[in-house]
Design a protein around this ligand. Structure first.
Ligand SMILES: [Zn+2]
Length: 101
């Protein structure tokens, strides 16, 4: 097995099937990393590029494949992955300023 692959991980948001996922994407191959199997803050900290490579990296060639894999992690894990369903808008309770008026 060749470990000559030199990934250039960049933080990206990808979306498919109404789900948006923030993860590391390899600029050279376009491969997507599972943000649950890996600590993406170490592999592709926001704003920088990483070139971490190791055996057994969970990578996927398409967002659909990644989503299929993510769903096997379960809902709670999905929350951790910053996966946000884009479907019905979630209304966040915004407190109207206590300050001022
Ligand atoms: Zn995973």
């Amino acid at each position: 097995m060749a470990l000559f692959w030199e990934p250039v991980w960049v933080r990206k948001k990808v979306s498919s099937e109404g789900i948006e996922i923030e993860t590391c994407v390899d600029e050279t191959t376009g491969m997507l990393l599972c943000p649950l199997c890996h600590d993406i803050d170490k592999i592709c900290p926001p704003g920088t590029k990483g070139n971490v490579v190791s055996d057994n990296m969970m990578t996927f060639f398409s967002v659909e494949d990644l989503i299929r894999h993510l769903s096997s992690h379960g809902d709670i894990e999905l929350e951790k992955a910053k996966v946000s369903p884009l479907g019905p808008e979630r209304t966040l309770h915004k407190k109207k300023g206590d300050e001022g008026e």
